[in-house]
Design a protein around this ligand. Sequence first.
Ligand SMILES: Cc1cc2nc3c(=O)[nH]c(=O)nc-3n(C[C@H](O)[C@H](O)[C@H](O)COP(=O)(O)OP(=O)(O)OC[C@H]3O[C@@H](n4cnc5c(N)ncnc54)[C@H](O)[C@@H]3O)c2cc1C
Length: 451
Amino acid sequence: MPESKQQTLYGWGHAPLAECRTWRPEKQRELAHFINQEGPVLARGLGRSYGDSSLQPNGVILTERLNHLIDFDSNRGMVRVQAGVTLKELMDITIPRGWIPAAIPGTCHVTLGGAFACNVHGKNQYREGDFAEHVQSIRLLLPSGESVDCSTTHNREIFWTTAGGMGMTGIIEELTLKLKPISSSSLSSTTYSVETLEDMVGAFEEYRDSSDYMVGWIDHMARGEDIGRGIFEAATHIDTESGGAPLSAYKPQKKGLNVPFFLPSFVLNRYSMAIYNKLRFRKYSAWRKTETSGFGQFFHPLDRIGNWNRLYGKRGFFQYQCMFPDSPDVVAQMLTFLSALHSKNLFSFLAVIKYHRRSKGLLTFSQAGYSIALDFPNTARVQAVLPQLNRWVADNGGRVYLAKDAILSAEHFRIMYGKAATDWESVINQIDPNAKFTSLMSDRLEWKRRE
Ligand SMILES: Cc1cc2nc3c(=O)[nH]c(=O)nc-3n(C[C@H](O)[C@H](O)[C@H](O)COP(=O)(O)OP(=O)(O)OC[C@H]3O[C@@H](n4cnc5c(N)ncnc54)[C@H](O)[C@@H]3O)c2cc1C
């Protein structure tokens, strides 16, 4: 049994912080010991979820050393890994051999266990669905101490309860993934500016049948008639004959700049961000610029800056991602609602819009429609206003993404996730009747019954 350590842990948003007892097992077989610990425990990957979903003061099992590649069939694109393998480690091995994960989130520094537990999505969610749809099977250590293999055909209910299940069913030990074939390490991307949200939605509709990936960036500091303006980007895999770089030319992404310490929180403020947003908006025109992009540049531009979350200062920030089924109108209303908050000095520093299709899984974020992700600095004002935003989102049929959340209430969670929440809670409570696996998030959202 590894020695425990006391550590201050936090998610990527640096809010909240928690003093946690931690273990860093070296061997998969050590995992079973944690079930016998006094009190609740929780698995953690790289802590890239933003809020409190990977925090458990009584005991956090750090899975990062459980990162072995077990098997890779490069003819079929099937790979079996331990759950602590990161997306970056996986991509660096499989891309030169012609295979890429089908669902890639905006950072490659996540474990595959964490990606499954959050059922993450990429800029191609509308086409490929979420991460779990490309996982053939998992091996899960249940709270009972038994290890079970689960897939979409065997122990199906446990599989879909664990996908997006935020660590509540036990510890994912291994995963088998089906990858997507590629013939070069480049994408052809088209980028241009749009003046209104209507134009942004029009761009998503125009490109959705012809493009592998789509994303929009909205200038959230814009006011009045400019609300909703932004930059749209669509991209598609290309082969070498169309100018793509050969697979052998793929270079693992390296960090460029690093933010060495937490900057004072006044550095990012409404004025500096208004200038940044204006410059970014002006970088592109309505003319559709098509260029060849490398994978790192397209999938993970932020990863080039190490510890960029420190730009927000020690108090940290909240990323708020919500989605509305089939209703761009509600996104427009939400932007107007948010712009009204500018007068209360509440600004999001970033606004990213994505298009989704309905997801599989019991507790799933994606529905057919648009999601919008916003970054708010952690201030008392923001903490007071975000519950109002949650109420507004709940009343308008939307839901927030748990992988980013730190402030949702149990009441709003139940309104947003409805019957899916009730069904999922009933299964996690059958799998874990003694509430062995809990987190600060599960306590906040009142997921587990305690006798
Ligand atoms: C810059 C940035 C961009 C992002 N972009 C996207 C995006 O585009 N799309 C998207 O969907 N998400 C995105 N995310 C969120 C991120 O992809 C997810 O939160 C991801 O799951 C984090 O993985 P992790 O290994 O760090 O997990 P952690 O944050 O450590 O844990 C997250 C949850 O998974 C559980 N967990 C972790 N490992 C295991 C395991 N082995 N067994 C059981 N449960 C486990 C934890 O208990 C916790 O509940 C982004 C995050 C960042 C920082």
